[in-house]
Ligand binder design. Structure first.
Ligand code: GLY
Length: 391
């Protein structure tokens, strides 16, 4: 595109990671003219993520409302995967394999028991197993396993296949890609409404509605008025990819995870032979360095869990940034500024929440209303005007 060109659309989505793409695809399927602005669409945190759909095993105290959203999105996955595979002509590696969360010592077992009680209070049906029962399910587990939780509903998908499929589906649905950075939000003459964005290639992209879906960088866009709060910070995760060599029996048949000395480790086996080992959780700003310490801790903890991993080729080490809000839940829908929406802040759940985020944002862009299930996560909940309303 040449400089000073003007482009017009109904919806400009700033950010072409998994959340931006799913929003664009769903909005285009609802008949809106959509443009995505991103120098490298299909990148972002999902390129690094393991793709666990871990609504139940990643439940935390105080996050019961988020659990409902996570479960609702997990329930949508089978249909979402089939619809997207048809639209893109390629699958997303959705695998209904379940998860086994295990404990290696008495402290870990106490934490897992606590998680089990929380799950039961939330009405979730998970099953406590002895160490022997865990090893019967997954014979590669270490002999010292002290017990575990069988979670048959926490599945997985391949985030790289997911983003590739979303890119194709967007293109086929007529989404226009501007492969450059967004420079500045534009406002109406009175400043009362967002009217689109200017781009680094000089394009003025006029849009009836603009969605910020830039992950950890969602607040970076110039021109955001001060009343629009986008409290998203990066939380670093280092992750490894190993390769399981073909054999008569699967190395692992489901996701296996544990808390080892207080740190979380998980192993996600794909049918392709990829075995993802993750992930650190570090507050280090924008740093995405893969460190010797991070890799060491992941391998050490994964080895305690499944000693046989030391035989496998290590094929990739990466670090990504989880876009995290003060309450670990996403920011969805209209902001204080008419015409400007958020779809960001998905923290550990971007891949899991992709189906429901796309659906909720598309509904909001078409009707002006967030669906009921998304309202607890509305994008204005951290703005000063909302926080200062007396109780
Ligand atoms: N949901 C897994 C992670 O964020 O590491």
């Amino acid at each position: 595109m040449t400089s000073c060109e003007v482009a017009v659309c109904d919806v400009a989505v700033v950010g072409g990671g998994v959340i931006g793409l799913v929003t664009a695809w769903r909005a285009a399927r609802r008949g809106l003219r959509v443009a995505v602005v991103d120098p490298r669409p299909g990148g972002g945190a999902a390129r690094v993520a393991a793709g666990m759909l871990a609504a139940v095993t990643e439940l935390h105290h105080g996050e019961e409302a988020l659990l409902d959203l996570n479960l609702a999105s997990a329930a949508r996955y089978p249909d979402f995967a089939a619809e997207l595979a048809e639209a893109a002509g390629a699958g997303i590696g959705y695998r209904a394999c379940g998860t086994l969360a295990v404990a290696l010592d008495a402290d870990d077992r106490a934490l897992l028991r606590d998680l089990h009680q929380l799950q039961r209070r939330c009405g979730l049906d998970t099953q406590w197993l002895t160490g022997r029962e865990c090893r019967k399910l997954e014979p590669m587990l270490a002999p010292g396993i002290r017990g575990g939780l069988r979670v048959d509903g926490d599945h997985q998908t391949d985030p790289r296949l997911l983003t590739a499929a979303l890119l194709t589906a967007c293109e086929r649905a007529g989404v226009v890609f501007h492969r450059c950075e967004a420079r500045e939000l534009t406002l109406s003459a009175t400043g009362e409404r967002a009217t689109g964005v200017t781009l680094d290639d000089g394009t003025a992209l006029a849009a009836g509605q603009t969605v910020l879906a830039g992950g950890s960088r969602s607040a970076d866009l110039a021109g955001l008025p001060p009343e629009v709060a986008v409290p998203v910070r990066p939380v670093k995760g280092q992750i490894l990819r190993l390769r399981v060599l073909p054999g008569p029996t699967p190395f692992l048949s489901r996701t296996v995870r544990a808390v080892v000395r207080g740190g979380h480790v998980y192993l996600v086996p794909r049918l392709s032979g990829e075995l993802v080992v993750g992930a650190t959780s570090e507050e280090r700003g924008w740093d995405t360095t893969v460190t010797a310490g991070g890799v060491y801790e992941l391998l050490r903890d994964a080895h305690e869990l499944v000693p046989g991993i030391t035989e496998l080729p290590l094929v990739e080490t990466r670090a990504g940034l989880r876009p995290t809000t003060p309450d670990n839940a996403p920011l969805l829908g209209p902001t204080e500024l008419p015409g400007l929406h958020l779809a960001t802040g998905h923290h550990r759940n971007g891949v899991l929440l992709a189906p429901i985020t796309g659906e909720a944002l598309a509904e909001c862009l078409v009707s002006g209303e967030l669906p009921d299930y998304a309202r607890p996560f509305h994008a204005r909940r951290f703005s000063r005007a909302v926080r200062e309303v007396p109780a």
